[in-house]
Design a protein around this ligand. Structure first.
Ligand SMILES: [Zn+2]
Length: 271
C-alpha cells in the first residue's frame, strides 16, 4: 500500500478544487494525489468526518479493528497528514479553513466569535462549508452545539448535539443527524466524532481504547452506507492521541516519531 503525505490545511483547498468552490486561496494547497484519484471517479459530493484523536500510528495500530475505514483505504488513499495543533479547536479550524492556527487564530470556540467580531469577512475564518454555501450549495455541519452555533447565519443546516458525559450516546446522536442530513442531498457534510479522544483520556487499557475505535468505525460505516454513490469521503484525525505516556509505553521508534510530529491519519475514498 502506498502512503502519501500532506498537511491538514490542504484538505479545504482540495475540496474547493474537487467541487469547484471559489475561495480566496488559503495557505494550504490542493492535494495532487486526491485530485488525480478523483479524476477517475464520477463524484458529486463530499463528506468530511473528523475523528478526534486519530493519529497516524494509532490508526495503523488499530487497523484490524476499523473495518469500515480499512475498506475505504483499500479503494482509496491513505495519508500521513501533519496537523499544526495538538488540541481540537485550532486543529479543526485548520481542517475547515485551510489556514494554520497562527493565521486563523481560533484556539477555542469563543475565539471564532471574537475573531469574527474584528472582521466578519476575514477569509481566514471562513470554512469550506461557508464558501460552498455562498455558491448556494447544500452544506451541513453536525458537531457539538457550541461549535454548531458558530455557523448560525453562515450556513443553512447546522446540527448541534450538546456535550455529554455519555460520549457513546453523543456520537450515535451525531451519526443519526449526519445520516438524516444526507437524505437532503447534501453537497458537503462535515461531522466530528469524539469517542476515541474521550476514551484516550479516560480508558485504562488498550482493550477499552479498541472498543472506542470500533464504535467510531461503526458510526463512520453507518454514514458511508447512507451516502449517495459518487461521494468522496475524507476521514481525518485532528491531532495525535492525548495521554501519550499511557499509550506510547510499548511504541516503536517510528510510532514515537510520528506522535512527536503530530501526524494524523487522513483517508480519502469514493463510495
Ligand atoms: Zn481533538
Amino acid at each position: 500500500m502506498m502512503i502519501f503525505e500532506c498537511l491538514i490545511i490542504d484538505i479545504a483547498p482540495t475540496i474547493s478544487r474537487l467541487l469547484n468552490i471559489p475561495m480566496i486561496r488559503p495557505t494550504g494547497k490542493p492535494i495532487s494525489e486526491v485530485l488525480k484519484y478523483a479524476k477517475k471517479k464520477d463524484y458529486k459530493r463530499v463528506i468530511i468526518i473528523v475523528v478526534d484523536g486519530l493519529g497516524y500510528s494509532l490508526y495503523i495500530h488499530l487497523f484490524p479493528i476499523m473495518k469500515n475505514l480499512n475498506e475505504l483505504v483499500k479503494k482509496g488513499l491513505l495519508f500521513k497528514c501533519k496537523s499544526p495543533a495538538t488540541i481540537t479547536s485550532p486543529a479543526i479550524a485548520s481542517i475547515f479553513t485551510g489556514y494554520p492556527p497562527d493565521e486563523h487564530k481560533i484556539y477555542s470556540t469563543a475565539d471564532i466569535y471574537a475573531e469574527r467580531a474584528k472582521d466578519s469577512e476575514n477569509p481566514k475564518l471562513k470554512s469550506i462549508m461557508e464558501w460552498a454555501y455562498r455558491m448556494r450549495m447544500n452544506v451541513s455541519a453536525v458537531i457539538e452545539s457550541g461549535g454548531a452555533e458558530s455557523f448560525r447565519g453562515r450556513i443553512k443546516n447546522f446540527y448541534g448535539v450538546p456535550d455529554s458525559e455519555d460520549i457513546l450516546d453523543y456520537d450515535r446522536r451525531i451519526t443519526k443527524y449526519a445520516v438524516s442530513s444526507l437524505k437532503e442531498k447534501t453537497d458537503i457534510l462535515a461531522v466530528h466524532l469524539r469517542t476515541l479522544d474521550r476514551f484516550s483520556h479516560r480508558a485504562k487499557n488498550w482493550e477499552e481504547l479498541k472498543s472506542a475505535a470500533k464504535e467510531v468505525d461503526e458510526n463512520s460505516g453507518n454514514i458511508f452506507r447512507n451516502s449517495e454513490k459518487g461521494t468522496i469521503l475524507f476521514i481525518c484525525g485532528d491531532h495525535v492521541i492525548h495521554g501519550g505516556e499511557k499509550w506510547l509505553k510499548n511504541a516503536t521508534e517510528e510510532e514515537i516519531k510520528n506522535h512527536r510530529q503530530n501526524l494524523v491519519a487522513l483517508i480519502v475514498g469514493c463510495n
